[in-house]
Every structure is written in structure tokens, then in C-alpha cells.
Design a protein around this ligand. Sequence first.
Ligand SMILES: Nc1ncnc2c1ncn2[C@@H]1O[C@H](COP(=O)(O)OP(=O)(O)OP(=O)(O)O)[C@@H](O)[C@H]1O
Ligand SMILES: [Mg+2]
Length: 465
Amino acid sequence: MVQRKIDKLREVLKGDIIKFVKLFADTDPLPYQEKFLKDSNHYQIFVGGRRVGKSFVVSMKALHYAWTHPNKTALIVSASKEQAQETFRYILNVINHSSILKSTLVRKTQTEIEFDNGSRIKVVPAGESGKSVRGYTADMVIIDEAAYVPDSVFDAIEPTIATQIKKGSGYFILLGSPAEPKGAFYDAWNSDTFSKHHATTYDNPYVDEKWIEEFKKKKSNDVFKREILGEFASTDETFFNIDAVRNVAIGGKHIEPDADYDYYFGIDFAMSGNDETVIAVVGINRNLDSPKIEMVNYFRYKNKTPSWIVWKVKEHIIKWKPKRIYVDSTGLGYPIYQLMKERLGEYGYLVHGINFSSKERDEMFYFLRELIEDEQIVLLNDNEFIEQFLSYTVKVRADGQIRIAKKKRAKDDITDALALAVWGVKKGSLTYTFMRDCSVDDLFPQKRTQDPFKLIGMGMRMMKF
Ligand SMILES: Nc1ncnc2c1ncn2[C@@H]1O[C@H](COP(=O)(O)OP(=O)(O)OP(=O)(O)O)[C@@H](O)[C@H]1O
Ligand SMILES: [Mg+2]
């Protein structure tokens, strides 16, 4: 296209950002996106649930600004390097799909583009201290996933853009899903200076409602509030609902094994002299059509050597004949786990290790929580043990990942051991669900006679997890 025509197009689109997005991104902005795109306030904030199209729409805002205004710089700061790249990809995709935009590009690096009108767009990850963003002068400063950008970064950026705005030009735009009700992002949301935009994930018709329902089932109330409803809520809340725990804590102990039951062990090793190693025992009554998992006992040992523990476990194996044993094999637990596999000889195959820094560990706790909430488990009526459920919290980490955390110095050895034992049931019983569709011989031809995981007729929705 000849330069004259491009200049004309720039002039026309400068005052019509919606037309710009429709033309170059080849999509219709959603109503709340349109409202945000049209906002020309110097201070803007968009708080929303996940996947509402925040990063996409703000990258279009930056692209429109740089392309239609000469000699301007738009700086997009994101919480992490990956997020910065993702936002940059939205911009590059749109440019790549348009021969007009492409023809006006004079420079392109991994993190920066420049147009023939002298305007640039640059993306940077926030870092911890604000060092990465200090020294940039920009006419439009955007902070994406702003709840996860440290306040020190705001402190580094804000004064420069504020000076710019005082002079009559410049934009300071914040976006993200909310986190804790504190910090610079929260303060901006409550300040009169910013014009405000909000959307929930439900407002985006492109997001499958089934995904939202799954999310709701898996996450706690506060996580749902933040990530779907886009409301600020505490990120430090108890993972288990203690009332739901008490509701199922009605069981009694098995002192001796019951011949009608299959048993499973979970073992949490003590890591220091003061802690105790706990062996939790859960059982399932084979004679019932839809049995619940029952916690039937737990054993605690203090100040014992790994060899002693392994010897004790063997004694329990001989007595209870467990179908599976799950242990925490993280860190110092690893050598004990190895020792168990080695020393337990013919029983060694029963022992399975779980790495407590892995996702599987979180899945294990989600499974236990679901069993409790669905009343598919019976727990011991033991106050010391019940209190331990309060030790677990939900944390959103700086990279946006949701993980189950522990309160400092809280006791959790019995609940950890219980979660491991219950995980053994799930892993063992998964076979049961498959069995409905195919024969045992198809799956375990060589194990037909041993049948180590004895098929139990649990009336639970095993495959759901
Ligand atoms: N108006 C639109 N038309 C078509 N697709 C859209 C539109 N808005 C957003 N999308 C698409 O929806 C998806 C989510 O968008 P985006 O990454 O911008 O959301 P987000 O709110 O930043 O999400 P997150 O909270 O995960 O960072 C992307 O695939 C994006 O291309
Ligand atoms: Mg985003």
C-alpha cells in the first residue's frame, strides 16, 4: 500500500480503536472489552476472572496506540517472562496476519517492535525489585497480572508515568485477576484516580461453562471468587472444611484386623527428633456393595532409627496384610523409602513413594477432600487428629499456580499419612473401574492368581478424579 494510503488509514483508525481491532485482529471485541478499549482516561484498571481476554485486549490497546501515534513508547510489564511473551505473541500474531501492519514494521526483536512512525512496543517481565523496568520512559505503561507484580516494581514505574500524565499525556493501565485484598493493585482498584473495568469468566462466551464448573468443584471458595468472579479474596485460607471433616469423623478403631476388610497403609516419616513417624491404616469392607473408605487406626513412633521403622512396618504388614503402602519419599524420606523397598523383601512391591513437591501430592489432598465432602470416607473421632486438618492452606504462587501449603509449625503428620493411605486405595481401585469394560486377564495376565489389588466394588465415581 502506498505511504499516502497508510497515513490516511492511520488517521481514520486513530479515533476508532474498535474498527482497528475488527480490521486487524479479525474479531469482535466483547462488550466489556469494547468499553475498556474505548476508555481514554490516563489511569485505567481492569480486574477480571481468568480467561476473560484481558491480555489480548490490552495488547490491542498498545498496538493501536503505537501504530496510530508517532514517536510513542508502550511498555508492557508482566508478572513473569512467560506472560510477557504470551502478551507479545498476541501483538505479533496480529501484525503477521496483516500485510499493512507488516509493511510498517522497521524492527523486531524477542521483546520489542518498532514502526516506521518511530513508535515502539516493548515487553518486560517485572522481576522482583523493579530493576528491570527502572529507567524506561514510556508514554503508555501497562502492568498485566498486576496482582502478582511486586509493589517495588510499581514504586519504580509509577513516578515517571505520573510525571508524564501531569504534563497532559501518558497512560497507566493495570490489569489482572485479583489476589489478596492488599498491595498496589488492590489500592488502585479502590482509588478514585483510576477508571474501572470488571468482568467475570462467565461474561466471556468463548469459555466453556463446563470448564468453569470443573474449576469450581476443584478449587476452594476463595480461589473461585478470585479466579472466576474476579473478586479480591484472601489467598491464605484453610484447605479443608473443618465442619465437613467433623461430619465424617464418627468412626472407631480396629484394634485387630477384621477378615472382611482390605487394608491400606500411608506412612509419613519423621524428619527430626521431635517429630513422629505415623503409619495410618485405612480399610474397606469387602462385603458391602458400596463401601466407604474407613480410617481404622494410626500408629506413632518417636525417636526411632530408619531400620527400626522398617522393622516395625514389616510387623504391621504381617499383621494387617495391606494391599498397598504409600509413603512420602521426599528429601529425607527418600532413603527410608529406599530402605523399605530393599529390606521388606517379598513385601517390597507394596511400597510406593510420593514426592511431596509434585502435583500428585496436591491431587492426593484434593481426592481426600472430595471424599470427605461427599461423605465417602469415615474418619476416627479423635480431636488431636481432626485439628490437623486446619494446618493446610491454599496458596497462589507468584507464577499464578495454586498449591496446597502448610501453616508454619502446624502438626500434620497424621493427616499426611491418612492422605497417603487413601491415595493407595484410589491407585489400587482404579483397576476396578477399568474392569467394567475389559477382563482382568487383559490387564494383568500374569497377576490373575495373586490379584494384589483385589477388586473392590466401591460405589464411587473413581474415574472422575
Ligand atoms: N474478543 C475476542 N475474540 C476472540 N477471542 C478472544 C477475544 N478475547 C479474548 N479471546 C481469546 O480468549 C483467550 C483468553 O484471552 P486472554 O489470554 O487475553 O485472557 P486473560 O484474561 O488474559 O486470561 P488469563 O487470566 O489466563 O491471563 C485467548 O485465546 C484469546 O485469544
Ligand atoms: Mg492474561
